[in-house]
Design a protein around this ligand. Structure first.
Ligand SMILES: Cc1cc2nc3c(=O)[nH]c(=O)nc-3n(C[C@H](O)[C@H](O)[C@H](O)COP(=O)(O)OP(=O)(O)OC[C@H]3O[C@@H](n4cnc5c(N)ncnc54)[C@H](O)[C@@H]3O)c2cc1C
Length: 513
């Protein structure tokens, strides 16, 4: 990749920062995901010294891009599929400042794959009628009619709520399978009021409504029709930012996990990295998961804080990335798999994200997404078995033949989704009170604040933390809101779906290793 951009120089006439000592000692930044890099870039741009510590050998965190050599060159795989779309101008401006002409505007196409057929999404009435076919359409309508006339009965669960309103047939076709895959429990264990909230907002049925009555006020924000995307995937954004930070005089230390945060008199005194080195600091910005931070701070926090940290839950995620001989399997960026006989939840088609992700026009490059809990059967499966499973499922879905496989690999993404269970707000409150007692440590980012939000929010929290340091503003970072309510059906709210959140194996792990 060539860098067509101007050389970076820090601002020469930056005013004296509001926080004393920022020029004398580097601000230490923990984690080189979108949040940590944003903080590092903005500080370095103002001529302030920064050191960023990253545990992995690659930047970008859960928004990184995996790269593999294959036939014809380098293949790139996004973990998920990261659309760059924000309501926050500051974030949008920064994305453009970093990416410039490398920031492509891409069309969106995504459909539902159901009963071996593609259904347009947003739904269109005539398309739904055609794809359901006369027999299934009649069944759905009869089942819907019955739901309308029969006594409602109990409504404790997601299943009961949806079935009461739309009939069992539509529920089984379009709600059961994807919902169970996403949340990892039977639909009978998902709350009815969560269904009520979700289905009034973004859902199959609001999409169906939009199909018939239009989407005038852009209510269905998940249906944005275009978005920005770096030519070589999201990783290009974070790699370019890293280069820029270094050009501006900052340091990004790769494969350097932080092991300990030593606190004295209510201030971080030093950070200890895995090589045993201690780093002194006036100020620390951390994007590390709250759970881990509780296990890193010395002296250890109170039993109450540790217990709150132990209770924090996450839903994890893995992708099986495959390169296949032949044409793309479908033209969409991604498809939702509403098929109960396979575990895959979504399939990404990387050429549609950016043609530059796939060097050979005769190969397809896809990401099969599985939602899981770290430690469960899927998570523990050997990589080769996961590739095998991916191919088997593609074949079952009728999307590809087993012998088309060129190569494949699996990537596990722990803590992909911060979970909002019944007690999470209380737990996060406990953590927040404790952290407020450490003067020169600010948490930012998705798992850093336990906020199920997109990268624009993570970056905005870092921007506000930098403003507090440099300009002396008093933003409450925990309250930063990017209003990025355009997510897909795995939409975040401050509500949680579970009647009783499942105990996860990860909860029994030490807070930090
Ligand atoms: C499936 C999926 C799809 C998504 N789609 C979108 C989308 O379309 N658009 C969008 O904007 N966002 C999307 N997101 C969200 C986006 O990925 C996150 O908001 C963003 O990556 C969070 O950035 P962060 O810097 O807060 O955290 P992270 O990305 O988690 O970065 C934290 C960093 O800290 C490092 N670290 C951890 N422990 C240590 C340690 N001890 N020492 C040093 N370093 C450490 C990690 O290695 C990591 O690099 C999606 C997320 C997922 C899971």
């Amino acid at each position: 990749m060539t860098d067509h951009r101007n050389d970076k120089t820090p601002a020469t006439e930056a005013p004296e920062p509001a926080t004393p000592g920022l020029r004398e000692q580097p601000t230490l930044i923990l984690g080189a995901g979108p949040a940590g890099l944003t903080a590092g870039y903005l500080l370095a741009k103002q001529g302030l010294p920064v050191i960023i510590f990253e545990a992995e050998d690659q930047v970008g965190g859960i928004a990184k891009t995996e790269v593999r050599d294959g036939p014809g060159g380098k293949y790139r795989f996004d973990l998920g599929g990261h659309r760059f779309f924000t309501k926050v101008k500051e974030v949008d401006d920064l994305w453009h400042e970093i990416m410039r002409e490398e920031f492509l505007l891409r069309p969106r196409m995504s459909r539902i794959y159901w009963n071996r057929k593609f259904l347009d999404y947003p739904l269109r009435g005539p398309d739904v009628i055609k794809k359901l076919g006369p027999v299934e359409l009649t069944r759905c309508m009869l089942s819907y009619g019955w739901a309308k006339v029969k006594p409602k009965g109990r409504e404790d669960t997601f299943e009961q709520w949806v079935t009461n309103r739309f009939g069992k047939r539509l529920f089984d076709n379009f709600f059961r399978s994807y919902t169970e895959k996403l949340w990892g429990v039977p639909v009978s264990e998902i709350r009815s009021d969560w269904a009520a909230q979700r289905i009034k907002g973004l859902s199959f049925f609001s999409a169906a409504k939009a199909a018939f009555f239009g989407n005038k006020d852009d209510e269905i924000k998940s249906l944005i029709s275009e978005f920005h995307y770096p030519r070589y995937g999201p990783g290009q954004m974070w790699e370019t930012m890293t280069d820029d930070i270094e050009k501006l005089g900052g340091k990004v230390l790769m494969s350097t996990p932080v092991k300990q945060i030593k606190v004295e008199d209510g201030r971080v005194k030093t950070i200890v990295t895995s090589d045993g080195q201690e780093w002194e600091s006036n100020y620390v910005i951390s994007s590390l998961p709250l759970r881990n931070v509780a296990g890193m701070v010395e002296p250890a926090p109170s039993p109450e804080v540790r217990s709150a940290a132990r209770g924090i839950r996450y839903r994890d995620f893995l992708t099986v990335s495959l390169v296949l001989d032949g044409e793309d399997l479908f033209p969409d960026n991604w498809i939702y798999i509403h098929e109960p006989d396979v575990d895959v939840g979504r399939i990404q088609n990387f050429r549609s994200w950016s043609p530059w992700m796939v060097p050979d026009p005769n190969k397809a490059c896809i990401g099969m997404e599985y939602f899981c809990f770290a430690g469960d059967e899927l998570w523990e499966m050997a990589d080769d078995d996961l590739v095998e499973k991916g191919m088997r499922e593609l074949e079952m879905l009728g999307l590809a033949k087993r012998d088309a496989l060129e190569f494949g690999f699996a990537t596990r993404v722990p803590k992909a989704y911060p979970m909002y269970d019944m007690d999470y707000a209380e737990r996060i409150g406990t953590m927040k009170d404790w952290l407020n007692g450490i003067d020169n440590l600010q948490q930012v980012g998705r798992n850093g604040l336990h906020r199920y939000n997109n990268s624009d929010h993570s970056m905005l929290t870092a921007m506000r933390a930098v403003d507090n340091l440099v300009k002396g503003t008093e933003h409450d970072i925990w309250a930063v809101n990017a209003e990025s309510v355009y997510h897909e059906t795995e939409q975040q709210d401050d509500q949680q779906p579970y009647i009783e959140a499942p105990e996860t194996q990860a909860q029994n792990e030490p807070l930090h290793r």
